[in-house]
Write a protein that binds this ligand. Structure first.
Ligand code: AMP
Length: 139
């Protein structure tokens, strides 16, 4: 069963498409958090960023890079929040990688992405050393 975004890619359901190339497509979010709220996706279905092959990741970022100024300029935004909910525990509802470009305006009442996680952890130097080493050994 294909995701709702694959159905958009295949033209089975309508969307307000603002950009499309061979491997990526961008369209307006159906429930915008701000005017111009845009989603950028790879046309092929990958659930999480972790699953996206390097060449597709590169194409995806190129489209995001292209769309950020286009979206901001179109709605005269002061800034934008650009983010992925990567996995259901992080709030991802559609299991098809998508980047949110959310235009931001001075005084819009929104917050920074620092607010998305729960209570910040208290980590001592030993714990930070361990995490640093663990991540770098896997990178
Ligand atoms: P997420 O919570 O990161 O998975 O976000 C999914 C986003 O997809 C939400 O902002 C929805 O409003 C949006 N969305 C769901 N269905 C559609 C659709 N058919 N067309 C455009 N946007 C959609």
């Amino acid at each position: 069963m294909s995701t709702i975004f694959s159905q958009i890619v295949d033209g089975e359901i309508p969307a307000r498409v603002v950009y499309e190339d061979e491997t990526t497509i961008a369209f307006l979010d159906a429930n915008p958090l701000a005017p111009g709220h845009t989603l950028v996706i790879p046309k092929d279905e990958y659930e999480r960023l972790n699953d996206v092959p390097e060449d597709v990741a590169s194409d995806l970022y190129a489209t995001i890079h292209r769309l950020i100024p286009a979206v901001e300029d179109a709605v005269d935004a002061d800034a934008s929040t650009v983010a992925f909910n990567n996995g259901s525990e992080a709030g991802q509802e559609v299991p098809h990688v998508h980047c949110h470009i959310i235009p931001r305006f001075e005084g819009d009442g929104g917050g920074p992405i620092h607010g998305v996680a729960g209570e910040p952890p208290s980590l001592d130097d030993d714990e930070l050393d361990e995490i640093e080493a663990d991540i770098s050994s896997r990178a």
